[in-house]
Design a protein around this ligand. Structure first.
Ligand code: GTP
Length: 457
């Protein structure tokens, strides 16, 4: 790695935007944005599918019976899954959704059989509309603690206490409670479309904003699923007695969103490298099993990374690895980047020759070399954007650049295994390091380090 310290006038907008100042000791470095549309895609697809099913006039016998048992099935299977993997938060969310389904389904059954609602239907419905967003929000925001058993007991205790108090009040003061719940407190804020009791709207709003804030602070598939789930429940409640399948379908799908969120995160844990967000070694091993006949593998290693760690600290080193991963992720030519381990990365190209891949690798190498990493002192951070612009234009900032060496090998013989190709790429990487670093060397190349101009077609 070649470290250059010099005064820089930061002209590149992209650079400024990306350096969103993550404090690391006395330094600040970039935090790559991690909010992703893909986190929302599975729950949105489930919600869309659910709304479509609800819009159909009636489900056939098979789907009717399926949705009748689905909430119970999801609670049992999803609950067992969450319990085994210590996901108490999700377990309790499933339980809350199931309890809501159970309570309202009893009312619906009575309504269908008798042709009129039960005497306590309004009270039960209003209570559900108030308690659901509050409990869902509370339990979704309640972070898991280290002591799993204590955590689980605390959650059950809170749920139990709320349930007991609500039931006691409903039994002891049914009319007063119903009147209190259905009161229009803010007539000026009342609109025709508001078919739920008025208190439910601020409860949903607060829960929704808190869940969104949680997602923005920690963007995770599960947090996205919780947000979309709340939207589904907000749609479901006013339609419970109007749309025949709304309760079963949306309750089931909200539970499924939580389970899919847990499964999505479990997959990410197994196959994604947490630090860089790139697919990890396990994902690479899977990919190696189905590479076909023609492929190229490049091993890339950050130069003098130990020195960088020693001079700037491990945390800054971590940020640099993220930045390197961000550049590698952009490699063209259909290449896919993986974190091999430590400061080593692997790039895999399929259906291409080594000559075809080299310009893409060279483009990445150059992009990284030319990318200034600005190290700022936290104490000198500007108070606002204007001040920041002035400071960037007028002061000296400490800037370093990171370089990497690469070794490339190609599968030319069907008898070669991917592991042998990786070994060959590793040898070429070693040659690139010996040749002075910050260059690309391909397997079989005898002398000198290869530098090719990035004529990417
Ligand atoms: N910050 C940080 N450092 C890491 C991580 N993984 C490995 N390292 C460090 O990477 C460094 C690798 O050092 P070396 O293998 O000696 O390689 P190098 O200093 O890059 O030297 P050359 O490869 O010869 O250019 C070690 O100091 C490791 O501690 C990580 O996830 N984060």
């Amino acid at each position: 790695m070649q470290i250059r310290r010099h005064c820089v006038l930061i002209a590149r907008k992209r650079h400024n935007a990306i350096f969103s100042s993550l404090p690391i000791g006395s330094l600040t470095l970039s935090r790559l944005p991690t909010v992703s549309f893909w986190h929302f895609l599975p729950p949105l697809l489930l919600l869309g599918g659910g709304l479509l099913v609800c819009a159909l006039s009636g489900l056939n016998a098979f789907f009717g019976s399926l949705f009748d048992v689905l909430p119970t099935l999801l609670l049992l299977l999803g609950g067992a899954f969450c319990l085994v993997y210590g996901r108490q938060r999700e377990l309790l969310l499933l339980l809350i959704l199931y309890l809501l389904y159970f309570v309202l389904d009893e009312q619906l059954d009575y309504f269908r059989e008798q042709g009129h609602v039960r005497a306590d239907a309004a009270l039960v419905f209003h209570l559900s509309c108030l308690l659901l967003p509050l409990l869902y929000g509370l339990f979704a925001l309640w972070r898991e603690r280290t002591h799993l058993a204590q955590d689980l007991v605390a959650r059950f205790a809170v749920l139990f206490a709320v349930g007991i108090v609500a039931m006691a009040l409903a039994r002891r003061y049914p009319q007063e409670l119903e009147r209190w719940l259905s009161l229009v407190r803010w007539p000026g804020l009342y609109a025709d479309w508001m078919t739920l009791m008025q208190l439910a709207y601020p409860a949903f709003l607060i829960a929704g904003m808190a869940l969104l804030a949680q997602y923005l602070r920690v963007p995770r598939p599960l947090h996205a699923a919780q947000c979309v789930g709340l939207v589904g429940l907000f749609w479901m409640l006013p339609n419970t007695f109007i749309q025949p399948n709304a309760l079963q379908v949306i309750s089931s799908l909200s539970m499924l969103m939580i389970i899919v969120g847990v499964a999505h995160e479990a997959y990410q844990m197994a196959f994604r490298d947490e630090l860089t967000g790139l697919p990890g070694r396990r994902a690479l091993n899977e990919r190696l099993q189905r590479l076909g006949r023609n492929y190229v593998i490049a091993m890339a290693d950050v130069d003098h990374f130990k020195k960088f760690n020693d001079s700037h600290g491990h945390d800054v080193g971590d940020q640099v690895l993220r930045l390197v991963a961000g550049q590698l992720r952009k490699v063209g030519g259909g290449g896919k980047a993986y974190r091999y381990g430590g400061e080593e990365f692997t790039l895999v190209f399929t259906g291409k020759t080594l000559e075809q891949c080299l310009p893409y690798l060279e483009a990445v190498r150059q992009a990284l070399e030319q990318y200034p990493i600005q190290l700022r002192n936290r104490a000198q951070r500007p108070g606002d954007d204007r001040q920041g612009r002035q400071m960037r234009a007028g002061t000296c900032a400490s800037s370093v650049s990171v370089t990497m060496s690469m070794g490339v090998a190609e599968c030319t013989d069907v008898r070669l295994t991917p592991e042998e190709v990786i070994k060959a790429a590793d040898k070429a990487l070693y040659s690139a390091k010996s040749a002075g670093r910050n260059c690309i060397r391909s397997h079989g190349q005898r002398r000198g380090a290869m530098r090719v101009s990035p004529q990417v077609s």
